[in-house]
Write a protein that binds this ligand. Structure first.
Ligand code: 5GP
Ligand code: SF4
Ligand code: MG
Length: 450
């Protein structure tokens, strides 16, 4: 996953500072690299770097630039090589002027497309999906840029939310299944496209709507126009249910559904499905399990406590896991309040178990506080399958729920009991029809074609 943000001011105001702010609000979607691209004097310009936004981009230098149209990107997956040309957006100048592309998702037929492009002379500088799209557009230089983009998007398979910067236009598109979120906003003659609505809030823009699956939105001086990647709509959508479970920020609204409300409902349903009699307290694993824990506590009639405290200043990229750091374990990031747990029966709610490392550490920590009982509740179904659509860091053989039965996993993490949400309850909690959601990493229900 990653985060994208684009802006176009019809009133010719500079948008670069807003792009920076928008990426700031999307930082949870990617901490490995960040980049912003715009057009300067008919050429593509960019500011890009590694790590968190404030490390990657010099805000002061950016403030010396002006552009009424720009796009930005934050990247989640560690780069194979720490080379700047792999940092999105990819930028180039081709026969039709400057172009830059930022993409969230995974193009499943990129290998095939790259071979075709290379056979026609394309030379790749990066390992990014976006560069392939860029070459596809550049090879159609006889076409209007927007038409060439539409043509390229038609040939992509897999998942994408994409923002393309042209000389005087911003193009935003979402794949025909709508895997990845993408919303549109507006404020005072500036239009925005963002991975999540929390990035619109930070610039004071109004959420207009989601980009529809298969829709291509073109924003230029004449305003906003909409095209479709394919004429026929797929019979179903595949909005990523993991966005509601973990990925998205709780203050975002995705495909019309509040992430906060969905998480709380997951917790409420979990309490009904997997109750814990006479619990003294319910605590969430911060931050990802907190909201579900509130829902659980309310439905269970047990007190919710912020009993595990998180150090907010520890970034994901902060620590290289040396042996010493491993021994200190997760306490650098999370610390339980011992007094709340001593001799108590505690319910701990987390959003998901992937490898099971976090769960094991937290249960061990809480036990060492002298807790009477620790009951672990997970506000999503067991993750049993890898994601083929963009959360590509999970390998099947590393998934705890694949390697162990529920009983084995419960013993491994050291809990008195362990239970999950069902797939039915997950779908119901999100509140979108089942045929609009992807649940493949839980259910194995992938699309037939990929
Ligand atoms: P585990 O230790 O089981 O691998 O990680 C589970 C924890 O990581 C959960 O608390 C959840 O919030 C978080 N998590 C779930 N999916 C992902 C993911 O794709 N990437 C990262 N970084 N964390 C995840
Ligand atoms: Fe999202 Fe899971 Fe589907 Fe991947 S497989 S798109 S993580 S729901
Ligand atoms: Mg977590």
């Amino acid at each position: 996953m990653s985060g994208i943000f684009g802006a176009y001011s019809v009133k010719n105001k500079t948008v670069l500072e807003e792009i920076y702010l928008g990426l700031y609000a999307l930082q949870h979607r990617g901490q490995e690299s960040a980049g912003i691209a715009w057009a300067r004097g008919g050429h593509a310009a960019s500011a890009r770097g590694f790590g968190l936004l404030h490390n990657a981009i010099d805000q002061h230098k950016l403030s010396l630039e002006e552009a009424n149209c720009a796009i930005g990107h934050v990247r989640y997956v560690p780069l194979e090589s720490q080379q700047l040309h792999n940092v999105l957006p990819v930028c180039a100048n081709y026969a039709r002027g400057p172009i830059a592309i930022a993409h969230d998702g995974l193009i499943t037929n990129v290998g095939e497309l790259k071979s075709q492009l290379e056979a026609r002379g394309a030379i790749f500088q990066s390992a990014t999906n976006s560069e392939a799209i860029l070459h596809m557009v550049a090879q159609k230089s006889h076409m209007e840029p927007v038409d060439a983009i539409v043509d390229a998007l038609k040939r992509l398979e897999g998942s994408y939310a994409i923002a393309v910067l042209l000389e005087d236009a911003l193009v935003a598109a979402r794949d025909p299944y709508g895997f990845k979120p993408l919303v549109l906003g507006e404020r005072d003659g500036t239009y925005y496209a963002a991975s999540e609505s929390c990035a619109l809030d930070i610039v004071g823009a109004k959420l207009l709507r989601d980009v529809e699956p298969g829709e291509i939105v073109i924003i230029d001086r004449r305003g906003m126009k909409s095209l479709r990647v394919r004429h026929e709509r797929p019979s179903r959508c595949m909005h990523c249910s993991f966005e509601y479970v973990y990925t998205a920020r709780p203050d975002s609204i995705i495909d019309g559904r509040s992430v906060y409300e969905a998480r709380k409902e997951m917790g409420r349903r979990l309490a009904l499905k997997a109750p814990c009699a006479n619990a003294d307290l319910v605590a969430g694993m911060p931050d990802s399990g907190t909201i579900a824990a509130i829902g659980y506590a309310q439905a269970a009639g047990a007190p919710f406590e912020m009993a595990v405290v998180r150090n907010r200043y520890v970034g994901r990229t902060f620590i290289q896991p040396t042996q010493k750091v491993r021994e200190l374990g997760v306490k650098i990031k999370l610390n339980p309040i011992a007094e709340l747990f001593r001799d108590r029966r505690a319910v701990i709610v987390d959003d998901s178990i992937v490898r099971g490392t976090t769960a094991e550490r937290i249960v061990t920590m809480i036990r060492s506080c002298g807790a009477g009982e620790v009951h672990l509740r997970i506000a999503s179904p067991p993750v049993l399958h890898p994601c083929r659509y963009g959360i590509d860091t999970r390998k099947e053989e590393t998934l705890a729920a694949v390697r162990m039965t529920l009983t084995e996993l419960c013993r491994k993490v050291g809990a008195d009991s362990l239970d999950y949400l069902t797939e039915e309850d997950l779908v119901a909690a999100i509140g979108l029809p089942e045929d609009r959601l992807c649940t493949a990493c839980f259910s194995g229900k992938y699309l037939e074609k990929y």
